[in-house]
Design a protein around this ligand. Structure first.
Ligand code: APR
Length: 259
């Protein structure tokens, strides 16, 4: 493991543009379950109940969606960044981060101190709610308060439209700006580091291949094998927190040697 960590650190120091690609595995050490591991979200809920078409089609589906979304939001609300989030924030501080392409909706990159402009939230965020008609934005906690008081499928105060957490559901169109930017950054980086993703959900999961196709080195840090391990230049099967903390320490040692 040490040899691999030193190699990743060397690659980070030598790279011009480092892109970090994050999945739910990055946040499990912050107490937020991932989706496809045993005991994960899709063990407890049926993904079909989350389909966007269901949400917009009937009130019962919306109430069910809000019930599940509320249960998923509670651990996120309390969660704190872990060693992996903090290491990525530190990479930005030492000038070694081009951007974070994240599938996570928990807002922990912001909490860890990464700057807004460096975070591309491909699957939206659970930290606020939007109206699907007039796009008015609401603070999540305010809507959760209304939900606790009995509004099981809240509506917009302005236009009466459907309110939904600002996350991207299956069947919902991806956020255009973030998606285009993520492809652009993937195609021009020289080091692409995947942390905590099974790499099975498209279009996000196609970005490691985009980076490889454009000549970048691909590193995958994940507890279990992923769908892209074969194309990677280096795979580390380990816990994101301790691996990234060690990588950061090694990066700092290399930078200190060079200064
Ligand atoms: N350290 C490293 N890897 C971890 C850790 C950890 N502490 N905890 C979990 N993992 C790994 C698991 O082994 C798993 O392969 O993280 C991966 C998480 O994979 P998924 O649960 O499939 O999550 P993700 O890839 O982010 O899912 C993509 O699917 O359901 C949708 O919209 C949802 O954004 C999500 C998308």
């Amino acid at each position: 493991m040490t040899k691999e960590i030193e190699k990743v650190a060397q690659w980070i120091v030598n790279a011009k543009r480092v892109v970090v690609f994050a999945g739910a595995g990055l946040s499990t050490e912050s107490g937020i379950p991932d989706f496809r591991s045993p005991g994960g979200v899709w063990d407890r809920y049926n993904p079909e109940d989350f389909y966007f078409q269901n949400f917009i089609s009937n009130e019962t589906s919306r109430e069910k969606y809000w019930q599940m979304a509320t249960e998923m939001y509670e651990p996120m609300k309390k969660a704190q960044p872990n060693l992996a989030h903090l290491a990525i924030a530190e990479l930005e501080r030492v000038g070694k981060l081009d951007c974070i392409i994240t599938q996570n909706v928990d807002g922990l990159h912001h909490k860890a101190g990464n700057s807004e402009k460096k975070i591309l939230e491909l699957h939206g965020t659970a930290m606020h709610v939007t109206c699907l008609s007039c796009h008015k934005r609401y603070d999540r906690e305010n809507i959760q308060e209304r939900w606790r008081k009995g509004e099981k499928a809240p509506r917009c105060n302005d236009c009466g439209g459907l309110l939904k957490p600002a996350t991207i559901s299956f069947g919902q169109s991806m956020p255009e700006t973030e998606t285009e930017e993520a492809y652009e950054r993937s195609s021009r980086c020289d080091l692409f580091i995947v942390i905590g993703s099974s790499l099975v959900v498209q279009p996000a999961a196609s970005m490691p291949a985009v980076a490889k196709r454009h000549g970048a080195k691909l590193v995958i840090i994940n507890r279990d094998p992923t769908a892209c391990d074969e194309m990677a230049d280096l795979v580390i099967h380990g816990q994101a927190g301790s691996v990234m903390a060690n990588v950061l320490e090694s990066v700092k040692a290399v930078l200190a040697d060079r200064s």
